[in-house]
Design a protein around this ligand. Structure first.
Ligand code: ADP
Ligand code: MG
Length: 379
């Protein structure tokens, strides 16, 4: 795909001399949803799909961007802002440029095979790939954690999504054959090797995209803040829901907030347990953790939807499935399924057919291959 990006660039600008190519992967999250912005624990893993950026300096005084996926170009003058809405593909690139300004205007082409808006973090991959390319054009490297934080800021400021830090960190530092155990409070991580001979991870994209997802995400963040303020009234030392305990669930009167706290507590516990199951290749227990995570996201955090419940429940009918769960922000997107090695294709075919039968929409299944680490290469 690096070669394809180079060729597309040459086709676009006449040549690809002196381009820098950078890529950064999308991700799945094995477990730990809606914990990152509560200073909690997560266990993501990089995908075998990535966003690729080819870039070099421009000689005509203007920034030029081209998206191969959208077949659309954007041009604007340095120091200005391109006339695009927040969340438009060019806003992520312009946002990164705003944070890491190159010494002159640039030409930048983007292409990728991370499904867009499916909850596999194509946006973080785009930020990290753009960031890696900008590092090269600025002749100055940026520490990985700092680049991730810049990407997060770009989502907040220019895309209007108050995301946590997980997606950018795993896209930037995730390793092939490993999950990433990340503590979103200390921002320390550990690469956890996965002995995957006996298993397959399967992603099933419901193809459901709800407008409501962003507003509900921001609503959950506000509820967590409200729960935190309640806890702080009696315990000023508590800094986030990460440090909530069972007694807080009892003390808080509002049942909605009770359930939100309960999810964060139980999900953090599941991430810790999941880490040890990965280390010991205890797939049966990891599958059970997937199922419990789904139940909690559905019942306590209330971010699932009928289609995701169907996909997870149907997959779990198979003896070859250890567990399945909705993944990400919710209200659509993908499920992640843990299957016995070799059984992924049959499971994908059956779940896809049953879903299509019921919802008249064909989901897309993808068996995850070895992850593509973020990297940069030169002409
Ligand atoms: P997710 O991160 O789950 O894929 P988002 O809505 O956060 O969903 O981000 C998707 C957006 O990121 C796209 O709508 C687009 O603006 C941008 N994006 C991601 N990958 C690409 C790409 N290959 N080319 C252009 N824009 C991309
Ligand atoms: Mg995103």
């Amino acid at each position: 795909m690096e070669q394809a990006a180079r060729e597309a660039f040459a086709k676009w600008r006449g040549s690809a001399d002196r381009v820098v190519i950078a890529r950064a992967p999308g991700r799945v999250n094995l477990v730990g949803d809606h914990t990152d912005y509560n200073d909690g624990l997560v266990l993501p893993m990089i995908l075998d799909r990535a966003v690729y950026v080819a870039a070099r300096f421009s000689l005509d005084g203007a920034h030029h961007f081209w998206s191969e996926n959208y077949r659309e170009g954007v041009t604007y003058s340095p120091g200005q802002w391109p006339g695009v809405r927040p969340g438009h593909w060019a806003s992520y690139i312009a946002g990164m440029i705003q944070e890491l300004p190159p010494p002159g205007p640039i030409e930048l082409l983007v292409m990728g095979d991370v499904p867009l808006g499916a909850g596999l973090s194509s946006s973080a991959a785009l930020e990290m790939a753009t960031g890696l390319a900008l590092e090269a054009l600025r002749g100055k490297s940026v520490p990985p954690l700092e680049l991730a934080q810049i990407g997060q800021r770009v989502e907040h400021r220019y895309a209007g999504v108050k995301c946590g830090i997980m997606d950018q960190i795993v896209s930037r530092v995730g390793r092939t054959g490993h999950a990433l155990f990340l503590d979103c409070h200390t921002l320390k991580w550990e690469h956890i090797p996965i002995q995957s001979e006996d298993i397959q991870f399967l992603v099933i994209d419901s193809r459901v995209r709800r407008q409501l997802a962003t507003s509900k995400y921001n609503e959950r963040r506000a509820e967590c803040q409200k729960a935190l303020e309640f806890m702080q009234a009696s315990d000023a030392a508590i800094t986030s829901l990460r440090y909530a305990g069972a007694h807080h669930v009892k003390e808080i009167k509002e049942s909605v907030l009770q359930r939100r706290i309960r999810h964060v507590i139980s999900e953090n516990n599941r991430v810790e347990a999941a880490c040890s199951t990965v280390i010991h290749s205890d797939w049966g227990t990891l599958g059970r953790i997937f199922s419990l995570s789904h139940e909690s996201l559905q019942g306590d955090y209330e971010v699932s939807c009928e289609e995701m419940d169907f996909l997870a429940a149907h997959a779990e009918l198979f003896p070859g499935v250890f567990g399945a769960r909705m993944m990400g922000g919710g209200f659509g997107g993908c499920t992640i399924n843990l299957a016995r090695a070799g059984e992924g294709p049959a499971i994908a075919a059956s779940v896809t057919a049953a879903y299509e039968d019921k919802y008249e929409q064909k989901p897309v299944a993808h068996i995850i291959g070895p992850g593509l680490e973020a990297r940069r290469s030169y002409d």
